[in-house]
Write a protein that binds this ligand. Structure first.
Ligand code: NAD
Length: 307
């Protein structure tokens, strides 16, 4: 269904959606796009996306409709809202396949899926990890929720934009996997950062702690790829004054979604909840635009500097 002749509508052409749509164009898909921000539309036009004057206009006649929007409320507004940014469900042809790629709550993803199906369409939640770099390079990881049949139909399109594409289960499972993964990430980055600050206090060099932990049971992505101190991993954001990378605002957002899921399920996750508080304060206190590994500086500040 989603072969090269499939008509694609792309709604939300921001940091992620812009390069994802550009990759689909480069792979030969006819892509019509819409964004409520004119500058995003202009950039997409330069990349070969046919520009529509409304979301519903982009969706007319499309086989596949991709949404890449900031949050759940934007997804609902795009699906059913009035005005240029809304009306997708009514405008799409019967049986169109919706790929909802934004990061939203599991509950919102399930509601969005019900709305899609109730309107006579098909849908997958397909949030991503890999950031803007992955979106540009076409190397995103897609975590997908929905039916096997729809997953198979979406495969060729997702493979253009991503490298690893995992069907996680039924509707909402993609968002569930994303929220669980990012809860691990938030907690592990705080743990690694606390260990480096403790090491500093104990007189350990960063390199010595890295050499041990990276080859021992402390090993994790927050240590060996996104190391929060400069030096041991030259490509980590710590080496460029914590320019993202993965911004503190996005970590705070994703942990907020994790806490929503924790509350809905009643899971007693002390560390997940603590991480959400820590990153919410980090984002509010100036860390929103810096890499989330900058949390190490917050820990140092609270500790009172390095002896
Ligand atoms: P962004 O704000 O750059 O892009 C979102 C775009 O959606 C904006 O250009 C906005 O104008 C547009 N928009 C909002 N409502 C619209 C509507 N009704 N119709 C058309 N356009 C509309 O955000 P982003 O960084 O591209 O992130 C998009 C999603 O991907 C978010 O849910 C985010 O959490 C997730 N995500 C982002 C990253 C990242 O590194 N940026 C990584 C993984 C996941």
């Amino acid at each position: 269904m989603a072969g090269r002749d499939a008509k694609v509508a792309f709604i939300g052409l921001g940091h992620m959606g812009g390069p994802m749509a550009a990759n689909l164009v480069a792979a030969g898909y006819p892509v019509t796009g819409f964004d409520v921000v004119p500058a995003a539309l202009a950039a997409a036009h330069t990349a070969g996306v046919v520009v529509a004057s409304s979301a519903s206009g982009a969706a007319l006649g499309a086989d596949v409709i991709i949404t890449m929007l900031p949050a759940g409320k934007h997804v609902f507004a795009a699906f059913e809202g009035e005005g240029p940014g809304g009306g997708l469900l009514a405008a799409a042809k019967p049986g169109a396949l919706f790929l909802e790629c934004s990061t939203i709550s599991v509950e919102d993803a399930r509601t969005a899926h019900e709305m899609v199906v109730a309107s006579g369409h098909r849908g997958l939640d397909a949030p991503v990890s890999g950031g803007v770099v992955g979106a540009e390079a076409g190397t995103l990881t897609f975590m997908v929720g929905g039916s096997e049949e729809d997953f198979a139909a979406a495969g060729p399109i997702l493979e253009v934009m991503g490298r690893r594409i995992v069907l996680c289960g039924g509707p909402g499972s993609g968002q569930a996997a994303k929220v669980c993964n990012n809860m691990i990430l938030g907690v592990s980055m705080i743990a690694v950062s606390e260990a480096f600050v403790l090491g500093e206090k104990l007189g350990l060099s960063h390199q010595a702690l890295f050499d041990v932990a990276a080859n021992a049971s402390g090993q994790c992505w927050s240590l060996t790829t996104n190391c929060p101190v400069p030096g041991p991993v030259p490509t980590s954001p710590a080496n460029r004054d914590y320019q993202p990378g993965f911004a503190g605002a996005l970590m705070a957002k994703d942990l907020g979604l994790a806490v929503e899921a924790l509350n809905a399920t009643g899971v007693d996750a002390v560390l997940g909840r603590a991480a959400e508080e820590i990153y919410r304060e980090f984002a509010l206190g100036g860390g929103a635009g810096t890499d989330f590994s900058g949390i190490i500086n917050t820990i140092r500040d609270a500790t009172g500097g390095v002896d």
